[in-house]
Ligand binder design. Structure first.
Ligand code: CIR
Length: 255
């Protein structure tokens, strides 16, 4: 099982209702409810055995709670990204300052763009989704930084979804949770694949470590599958984050 001791989150912006969203649904975000849901998220991560730290939110950056997109942490180093959406670029400054106190950091520069949500990190591999947010130069930077740390770094095309991790996440012990009919499992290297049905695709993005799996509320088949695979599960409501195209892993960095 993956051992995680520290998790970094970032609070929801006062302007969260201006966050990017595919269908414009962020305009209906209830900020107070979003903050309650975020608190529930942090409390649950604590129950899963992690110390949870929270970078203060920024009114300047409506999407700042989606901290996963700002850095890639693996092999004892953090790569600070250049998020693909121009409005999100400045989010990385506060995240970098926080991470610099904890581990060595490297910065992505030039024309490379990458959202952490496109990076599926396993014990041996990093799969980088080439998406509207992450370009080939971003993938090459991940390769440069993390091959030196012993990871095999491979690219995967992402066509229909915002990020690679909209359809999969790492459960630990060489196992990937994957929504059926999305990424071809043969692209995910030597990993064991646990599939969930297409109608539960949103729950393919779960946070699993220390023997626990945190999933969004209302996905019974995924829950059952995780229990069958030895996890104790927690569920939380993510309605307000979903309105901004967010899911569970995007709200944290695991150290
Ligand atoms: C965005 O469009 O960038 C945000 N509204 C949602 C980002 C979600 N991040 C993630 O899945 N890693």
């Amino acid at each position: 099982m993956k051992k995680i001791t520290r998790v970094i989150t970032r609070g929801a912006s006062d302007r969260f209702s201006k966050a990017l969203s595919h269908h414009g649904s962020s305009a209906t975000i209830d900020l107070a409810l979003a903050r309650l849901q975020h608190n529930a998220y942090m409390k649950t991560l604590e129950r899963m055995g992690a110390v949870v730290e929270c970078v203060p939110s920024s009114a300047e950056y409506p999407d700042c709670c989606f901290i996963e997109d700002c850095a890639l942490v693996a092999g004892g180093v953090a790569l600070i990204t250049q998020p693909g959406a121009p409005s999100r670029r400045g989010e990385t400054t506060a995240v970098k300052e926080h991470l610099q106190r904890l581990l060595p950091t490297v910065e992505m520069l030039g024309s490379a763009t990458l959202d952490g949500g496109d990076c599926l990190i396993t014990d041996t591999h990093i799969f980088v989704g080439l998406s509207k947010r992450t370009n080939y130069e971003g993938y090459l930077k991940v390769k440069e930084v993390f091959r030196a740390k012993g990871f095999e770094v491979l690219s995967v095309e992402v066509e229909e979804h915002l990020h690679l991790k909209c359809v999969c996440s790492y459960l630990g012990d060489g196992t990937v949770l994957l929504a059926e009919g999305t990424v071809n499992p043969t692209r995910l290297g030597p990993h064991k694949i646990v599939t969930i049905p297409p109608e539960e695709t949103y729950a393919a993005n779960c946070v699993a470590f220390n023997g626990y799996a945190l999933i969004p509320h209302g996905f019974p088949k995924t829950k059952e599958s995780l229990i069958q695979n030895g996890f104790n599960t927690f569920e939380i409501d993510t309605s307000e984050f979903k309105k901004a195209d967010g899911s569970l892993t995007c709200l944290s960095l695991l150290l």
